[in-house]
Unconditional design. Structure first.
Length: 201
């Protein structure tokens, strides 16, 4: 009887430990995501690392998660803009991971333009959040959304140009086609769904 109880106790402790480890791993993975619900290619160590690429990765996540947490995006039906933000952040994150794998002598040169991309995306998100938060008329909201679209399109175009150069240097024959497709996927559609203004005067 005592032996059986010991076995059950040990099994319960082991089971609890495994469940806790699985839960911790899942939560850690979620914290390392740039876009909520979408796994990041970044290593788990970037969640606390002090390298440039790790810090930029976390800044991307903070900016995007902040936008997702803003109820105005849902209230106003800004799904197209949110998708553009998500796509741009994921693309930048992927390039950060690729840059981190380069030899140390070439790493900073590869990260420099990506840091600029992060700053631009942070600015576009912050400007959009601020603008839609204070907009109290249909005209102000339209202007805010239009300005955000232009900034996101410019950022996607700039990133696509850098990717094109990278592929040309690498000798990829279909570089132009690949980059054009990625830029188009990252840019907000020209005919986005109408924004909801029903609660504005």
């Amino acid at each position: 009887m005592i032996t059986a109880l010991l076995v059950l106790t040990v099994a319960a402790v082991v089971g609890f430990g495994i469940a806790l480890a699985v839960r911790s791993k899942r939560e850690f993975g979620e914290q390392n995501q740039v876009v909520p619900g979408r796994p990041s290619p970044a290593p788990a160590s970037w969640a606390g690392a002090h390298s440039r690429e790790a810090k930029l990765h976390r800044r991307l996540g903070d900016a995007v998660k902040g936008a997702h947490a803003n109820p105005r995006f849902v209230e106003l039906g800004l799904a197209a803009q949110m998708q553009a933000i998500d796509a741009e952040a994921m693309a930048i994150d992927e390039r950060l991971v690729a840059a981190a794998a380069l030899p140390a002598a070439h790493r900073d040169a590869a990260i420099d333009p990506l840091e600029a991309n992060v700053v631009q995306l942070e600015g576009a998100i912050a400007d959009m959040v601020n603008s839609i938060s204070v907009a109290d008329s249909k005209q102000q909201l339209e202007e805010a959304v239009s300005a955000a679209d232009l900034k996101l399109q410019a950022l996607a175009a700039a990133r696509a140009e850098v990717e094109l150069i990278d592929r040309q240097v690498a000798g990829t024959d279909d570089a132009a086609r690949e980059v054009a497709q990625r830029a188009q996927a990252s840019s907000p559609p020209t005919s986005a769904p109408p924004v909801s203004y029903t609660h504005l005067t």
